[in-house]
Design a protein around this ligand. Structure first.
Ligand SMILES: Nc1ncnc2c1ncn2[C@@H]1O[C@H](COP(=O)(O)OP(=O)(O)OP(=O)(O)O)[C@@H](O)[C@H]1O
Ligand SMILES: [Mg+2]
Length: 453
């Protein structure tokens, strides 16, 4: 039991085992309650009849033995006849029909013997005994009229089975069946939900799909409080700087540690931050990570290479009038376009004027030469990029950088998008150093429960 239609059964169950267990407990409790309190208790009375073999003068042969056994079966059918039932109703003065009465009776020959067993089931234990006894005695009395023989006698008089306790409902049986059904339903529904929900919702899935480590998990920002005295929108704040004690800032510091410990043989100086689709948090992660790395004492350059929808400058109250494209087009000098920020050690190169062909600009020799020069100037260069599945820019940049950090939005990015991104990056020979699971909701234990912004 490992994978069903691409869904890991173990994972599906592991994720929802509490709900499955709760379902099982509730089902068992309901079944026990229903069987003890709701369903009518039924008792069973039992009696046996002994059929004397018909022995001819010359002794008993094999055929004769078979005849006696068949006779027993025939007697069983006679007991279940309307005639006998009518007699029993009359004898006991019952207010019922033959059909209803016969439903309570079961007759079966005891295997390899000439004994007939009669069982009567009824909510009233005394009545069950009386009906069983009446069927037995009425049959014995009436038999000579039908068959002209008197070879049946009551072997065991009618008594209650199961030590006088009801034979149904059986709470243990009901509870067992309910438990089994609940367990199977729970597992089935879990697999179905897992199959329908193909978004990445935890680190395990992400690591499995991308075959790369999850270097950080950034919690979802709580609803932004009104920020007094701030010009920037709450969504454009830099966690490590603006709210260093928040859980988001802590998550970025963990990401920084994760990056520092990447087990790669090469030094990772240029890191591309991208994601499969728009609005998954690429820029937020690039900004947060760059600020955190600079706080550690590194010289960091944050380049806005999203030449379609640049937004890095907004996080640092900068203008986008001058930037990368202007340096490449020689409209401005590099020192004019690289801006210091409130974080010591962190500089920002905004995107600049938006070109008509962003992929073309990033493919220029000039761009790779500029990146190479930054590699020699800064400890780390972080590049913010457009989404991988919407434009070729991400692949071009991925090829030029030492490593790619893939941002995936929890419960939103489809696993298939992650797979496609991985394929695209692999095609150009880009190296995925790991991923960031962004906007992860707090779990039931309340992680990320305190104020963030
Ligand atoms: N962890 C998070 N929790 C809640 N909201 C977030 C989180 N990360 C990012 N966001 C919000 O999601 C929106 C998109 O973020 P961001 O601009 O960083 O994404 P992006 O992938 O760079 O988008 P684009 O594709 O447009 O460049 C922003 O409003 C941002 O505030
Ligand atoms: Mg962006």
């Amino acid at each position: 039991m490992s994978s069903l239609g691409g869904v890991s059964v173990v994972r599906a169950v592991k994720k929802r085992w509490r709900k499955i267990a709760l379902l099982a407990v509730i089902s068992v409790a309901l079944a026990t309650w229903a069987s003890l309190g709701l369903l009518t208790k039924k008792y069973q009375a039992h009696t046996t009849l002994l059929v004397q073999p018909l022995v001819p003068a010359e002794g008993i042969s094999y055929d004769q033995l078979l005849t006696n056994e068949r006779l027993t079966v025939t007697y069983g059918e006679i007991i279940k006849s309307y005639t006998i039932a009518r007699n029993v109703i009359k004898t006991l003065g019952l207010n019922t029909t033959e059909t209803k009465l016969l439903r309570k009776l079961s007759v079966s020959p005891v295997k390899d013997s000439l004994v007939l067993a009669l069982r009567v089931t009824d909510p009233d234990p005394d009545l069950a005994i009386k009906i069983a006894a009446a069927f037995a005695s009425d049959f014995v009395r009436k038999l000579p009229d039908f068959m002209h023989v008197e070879n049946v006698s009551v072997l065991d008089s009618a008594r209650l089975l199961n030590s006088g306790r009801p034979v149904s409902p059986n709470p243990a049986l009901y509870a067992g069946v309910a438990f089994f059904l609940a367990l199977n339903t729970g597992i089935g529904v879990s697999i179905l939900l897992e199959y329908l929900n193909r978004t990445v919702d935890d680190e395990d899935t992400l690591e499995q799909v991308l075959s790369a480590p999850v270097l950080g998990v950034i919690p979802v920002y709580p609803a932004p409080a009104v920020i007094e005295g701030g010009d920037r929108k709450p969504s454009k704040r830099v966690p490590c700087v603006d709210d260093p004690r928040s859980s988001v800032a802590e998550a970025f510091r963990s990401l920084r540690t994760g990056i520092r410990h990447i087990p790669f043989e090469h030094v990772i100086r240029t890191i591309l931050v991208t994601s499969p689709l728009p609005l998954e948090g690429k820029t937020s992660v690039a900004v947060g990570l760059a600020a955190c790395l600079a706080q550690e004492g590194r010289q960091v350059l944050l380049m806005d290479c999203d030449l379609r929808h640049p937004s890095v400058h907004e996080f640092f109250d900068l203008s986008n009038e001058r930037g990368l494209t202007d340096v490449l087009a020689a409209r401005h000098s590099l020192p004019d376009c690289v801006f210091p920020t409130q974080v010591s050690g962190l500089k920002v190169l905004p995107a600049g004027q938006l070109p008509p062909d962003p992929a073309g600009v990033l493919s220029q020799i000039g761009f790779s030469a500029l990146l190479e020069s930054f590699r020699n100037t800064y400890d780390t260069v972080i590049l913010d990029a457009p989404p991988l599945l919407s434009a070729a820019d991400g692949q071009i940049l991925g090829k030029l950088c030492d490593g790619v950090l893939l941002v995936v939005k929890a419960d939103a990015t489809q696993t298939e998008s992650v797979r496609r991104s991985k394929r695209l990056l692999a095609r150009v020979g880009a190296r995925i150093i790991g991923s960031v699971l962004n906007a992860k909701r707090p779990d039931r234990r309340g992680h990320y429960g305190y104020s963030v912004f």
